[in-house]
Write a protein that binds this ligand. Structure first.
Ligand code: SAM
Length: 304
């Protein structure tokens, strides 16, 4: 018997889809969760409270949504499939006073739209800004939306997201490992992995062709090494540009890659010497902390 979500079984999911005359859509990454135990583990990691406003990307038929609604202050979900709003109106009807649905592409939705949608629910005493991103993400956009959420929604303190196992590896990779890249280094400027569990294809309908994992990321902005204070938004964004230039040509040395991507080589040499980074190193050998030190040394110099 499901205890978290009455929708989390193959029978209920098929029943709802059949009743609305729908089939799952591969192009939208529709692999619906059908195991209630997985929902329970997601909720354990999310640690929802009634002060939380959950931002959910891709509610589908509402399988995870209905489990979160009784635990959170509100849930605001963004769904791209135009066939699903009537389904969600039915499945989420029990907690409709706490549920806001934004129809559209999560890549185009901004913080203000989410906050307005929650504000229009008129829940007394609830700050309408999203606090946690909790989602079984459509895999095509997963990596992008997680980084975008941490970059553009400072009120979001935690993400608990189902992603392709390979993407979870990239999110948590150590410098020098195969999975480590510019994406890892940029995400580390905002957040750190604090939990993870693996989810096999049999937990979804239809089963995906890849392994999945749920990863928890907590916002922990990288500190300024000289003051210990969190880096400013401007500094983080500048560091992101330095990381992009360093990884732009992965096989080249960091000096050549950055030199071909808008940085003056003489200025670079001065900065490398000042922070003790070898100009012949490859970008994947540098830790996120190294990139912060390099960016601070380059600040005020010739920018891209
Ligand atoms: N949350 C449901 C569950 O766990 O069973 C469904 C998850 S399913 C993996 C991904 C959902 O994201 C689908 O409902 C799909 O229609 C939706 N989706 C796909 N691309 C999207 C996008 N760019 N913006 C918002 N939703 C999207």
């Amino acid at each position: 018997m499901p205890v978290h979500s009455w929708l989390a079984s193959p029978r209920e999911t098929r029943g709802i889809l059949d009743r609305y005359g729908l089939a799952t859509k591969h192009r939208l990454g529709q692999n619906f969760l059908v195991n209630d135990a997985v929902i329970g583990k997601i909720l354990d990691l999310a640690e929802l409270a009634d002060t939380d406003v959950v931002f959910e990307i891709g509610p589908g038929i509402g399988t995870l949504t209905v489990a979160m609604l009784p635990l959170a202050g509100a849930v605001v979900s963004v769904e791209a499939d135009r066939d699903l709003p009537p389904v969600l109106a039915e499945t989420c009807s029990r907690d409709s006073e706490r549920f806001a649905l934004v129809e559209g592409d999560a890549l185009r939705v901004g913080a203000a739209q989410l906050t307005d949608a929650v504000g229009s629910l008129g829940i007394e005493g609830l700050d309408p800004q999203p606090t946690k991103l909790v989602s079984n993400l459509p895999y095509q956009v997963a990596a992008t939306v997680v980084l975008k959420t941490f970059e553009q929604m400072p009120s979001v303190r935690r993400a608990v997201v189902m992603v392709q196992a390979e993407v979870a590896d990239r999110m948590a990779a150590s410098p020098g490992s195969k999975a480590y890249g510019g994406y890892t280094a940029k995400l580390a400027l905002y957040a750190r992995p604090t939990g993870r569990f693996e989810v096999g294809p049999g937990n979804f309908m239809p089963p995906p062709h890849v392994d999945s994992a749920v990863i928890r990321l907590d916002r922990m902005p990288m500190p300024d090494p000289s003051t210990g204070e969190p880096l400013s938004c401007e500094c983080i964004s500048w560091c992101g540009r330095v990381i992009d230039a360093a990884f732009a040509q992965r096989r080249k040395t960091i000096r050549n890659s950055m030199g071909s991507n808008g940085f003056d080589k003489a200025v670079l040499d001065e900065a490398f010497a000042a922070v003790g980074i070898s100009p012949t190193a490859r970008a994947e050998a540098l830790s996120p902390e190294d990139f912060v030190r390099l960016s601070l040394a380059l600040e005020g110099s010739q920018h891209v």
